[in-house]
Structure formats: structure tokens, C-alpha cells
Design a protein around this ligand. Structure first.
Ligand SMILES: Cc1cc2nc3c(=O)[nH]c(=O)nc-3n(C[C@H](O)[C@H](O)[C@H](O)COP(=O)(O)O)c2cc1C
Length: 343
């Protein structure tokens, strides 16, 4: 920590909130952010987040227990708001006294923020981290009790919004950063980027792509090789084929799976037309498609037909390195950038 005094000073609020040495979150990545990577991130002084994805409460319970065996440092759990068992998953987090719950994938449903924050015997309740696509919604979520916000730009890997990180940062940080905790995500691959957002008022940052292929990541070797080969321009956003079926775009390395997603949308849209599915069932089906395709790539190593979710910073991922080394490099780059400004 002492080796990076300028960065540490600018991360003070974020690190205090997370209970970590550095205000660097590794954003939850389905199938990738399991016990090994999460513990490695937290042990390296960052903040790991378990990706619950479509896990059942029992599976999440097991994953949290296993993660606790690998790290004594704080870590969080990312829950997808459209999960049908969201409130049961919140109870699992509370039972484990998880300090921070990230609500992702949509607007937090009524009562979910309160449920996470509710104190239990011997546990003061969890801190809630949310995403918000607009400034108005961000303000509303803070009024509703959210403790911190992640703004995530379209450069990111996985599900994305339409606006670039650089624009979101200029819109949100001047308005919110003095009073609220705002982390910036999307497209950050080096410490110079971290320094820039800290200077704009961010209390910390969230990275996914840069950590996905760390030595401790259980991702299949072929998945990792695809990342090492990939350039920024290969990480493309999926297209929406039917305007009536609002699918959230996903950024991934282009492959045959990209085409399969287009075909899947056409199929789901036809079933929507035929009245076989309602809109929420249609959207859930699309999400299950992604979860399955991502598993095929990350776990089975099917890099042709699976989903290689990756952000544009993939071009800055060139080899397998231990998390601690990546973290040290990011901090050193940030520190050097801030020192150059001060000179
Ligand atoms: C392979 C992969 C899977 C992801 N899965 C999830 C997820 O399950 N839930 C979530 O909230 N974000 C997910 N994300 C987004 C990350 O948490 C993070 O916010 C994002 O990667 C940050 O942008 P970057 O990739 O440019 O660093 C995923 C990203 C990747 C690359």
C-alpha cells in the first residue's frame, strides 16, 4: 500500500467502504468469478465478487462457504435482479454475513435494497452496490438506500449499456462523486486509466476483462488463449434483430456463437409472436442462452460456439499472470501517472 501513496490517497473512501487495501473491484464474471479468482483478488488487496448468475441458493451457499476457506479478506456477491429466487439468495448472503451485495442486471426490485440492508442478530446488514444507466436513476437509488454505484460503459465485457465509460464518467462524477461513492467500470486495462477516473472523482474502479485470465482463474486454457489473441476490435457488441424484443447487448469476442445468438433471437421473437412466450419469459430465455453459451466457452473451452464475453480492453491482456502481479502493475502504472502530473 505504501508503495502507491498518491493512488492510495485517492482511493481512501472506496477502500474504506470495501474494507480492502485498494479500491479495485474485480467485477463479477459468471463462471469465472468463483471461489478461486474471488479469493485471489481479495488476498491481493482488491475486492473479489462472486458471480451468482443463475445459481440456486444452495449452490451460492456452497460457493460462499468455499470462498471463506480461501480468504479471510472481505469479498462481495453479485446477484442478478431478474433471478426468480432473488430474495432467497439475499437471505443466503445475510446468513453468511456477506458485507457487500452487488445488484446487477436491472433496476433492483421493490424491497431488495431493504432486505440486503436489514440487520440480523449480530450482523448489521449488507452494503448495497448498484448499477444505474441514467443520472436520474442513480440519484433515486441513492435515495432508496444504495450505498455505492458502479457506472459501467459500453467498452465493458458482458452485458452492456449504450454509452461509453468516458461519457458516463463526465455525466455522473461531477454530479455525484463529492457526496456519493462511485466506482467506474468498462474499458480499464491499465493503471493510467484508473488514475484518470480517480482524478475525476471516482472512489475506485471495477475491472473484469483484465483479471479474467489470471493464473488463478479457472477459465479453460483455450478461453484464455482466445483472450491473449484478441484485440479491442474483436470484442463486439451483439446486435438486436427485432425491435420488439429488447435484448440487452452483450460484448464478446466474435465467433460462431455470435451468429447463434442472432438465430436464437429470431426463434424467440417468433415464439413471442405466436403467443408461446410473454416478454419476461422471452427475456429470461435469452439470458439462459447467454449463461449456457458462456459456460461452454469458460468451462468446456468451446471457443467456437460458446460465448467469449470480453471487453475492449482484451487487447491489453496478453499473457497469464498471477492476480497479485496484475494488481501490482495496475497500481504502479496509476502511481507513475499521478506522479508525472504532480511533477
Ligand atoms: C466473461 C465476463 C462475464 C461477466 N459476467 C457478469 C455477470 O455475471 N454479472 C455482472 O454484473 N457483470 C458481468 N460482467 C461484467 C464485469 O463484472 C465487469 O463489470 C466488466 O467486465 C468491466 O469491464 P471490463 O471488462 O472492460 O473490465 C462480465 C464480464 C465478463 C468479461
Amino acid at each position: 500500500m505504501n508503495g502507491f501513496p498518491r493512488t492510495a490517497a485517492m482511493m481512501t473512501r472506496g477502500a474504506a467502504f470495501l474494507g480492502s487495501d485498494h479500491a479495485i473491484l474485480c467485477g463479477a464474471m459468471s463462471w469465472v468469478s468463483e471461489r478461486n479468482l474471488v479469493a485471489a483478488i481479495s488476498n491481493a488487496g482488491g475486492f473479489g465478487v462472486i458471480a451468482c448468475g443463475a445459481m440456486s441458493p444452495e449452490l451460492l451457499d456452497r460457493e460462499i462457504t468455499a470462498t471463506k476457506l480461501l480468504t479471510a479478506k472481505p469479498f462481495g456477491v453479485n446477484l442478478i435482479t431478474m433471478h426468480p429466487g432473488l430474495f432467497d439468495l439475499i437471505e443466503v448472503c445475510a446468513r453468511h454475513e456477506v458485507g457487500h451485495v452487488v445488484l446487477a442486471g436491472g433496476i433492483p426490485p421493490k424491497g431488495s435494497i431493504e432486505a440486503i440492508k436489514a440487520p440480523r442478530a449480530g450482523y448489521g446488514g449488507g452494503q448495497v452496490i448498484v448499477f444505474a444507466p441514467t443520472l436520474a436513476l442513480a440519484k433515486k437509488l441513492f435515495r432508496s438506500g444504495a450505498d455505492a454505484l458502479v457506472i459501467e460503459g459500453s467498452e465493458a465485457g458482458g452485458h452492456i449499456g449504450p454509452v461509453a465509460t468516458s461519457v458516463l464518467a463526465q455525466e455522473f462524477l461531477p454530479e455525484l462523486a463529492a457526496e456519493h461513492l462511485v466506482f467506474v467500470a468498462g474499458g480499464i486495462g491499465r493503471g493510467e486509466g484508473i488514475a484518470a477516473y480517480l482524478e475525476m472523482g471516482a472512489c475506485g474502479v471495477q475491472l473484469g476483462t483484465r483479471f479474467a485470465c489470471a493464473t488463478e482463474s479457472i477459465a479453460h486454457p483455450d478461453f484464455k488463449k482466445a483472450f491473449f489473441r484478441g484485440n479491442a476490435r474483436d470484442a463486439v457488441a451483439s446486435v438486436q434483430v427485432d425491435p420488439r424484443l429488447p435484448v440487452i447487448p452483450v460484448r464478446a469476442l466474435k465467433n460462431k456463437g455470435t451468429e447463434a445468438f442472432t438465430a436464437k433471437q429470431i426463434e424467440v421473437a417468433a415464439r413471442l409472436d405466436a403467443g408461446e412466450l410473454d416478454m419476461s419469459a422471452a427475456q429470461l430465455e435469452i439470458e439462459h442462452f447467454w449463461a449456457g453459451a458462456l459456460r461452454r466457452a469458460v468451462i468446456d473451452g468451446d471457443i467456437e460456439h460458446g460465448s467469449l464475453m470480453a471487453g475492449q480492453s482484451v487487447g491489453m491482456v496478453s499473457k497469464e499472470e498471477p492476480v497479485a502481479q496484475i494488481m501490482a502493475q495496475l497500481l504502479a502504472e496509476s502511481e507513475a501517472a499521478l506522479a508525472r502530473r504532480a511533477a
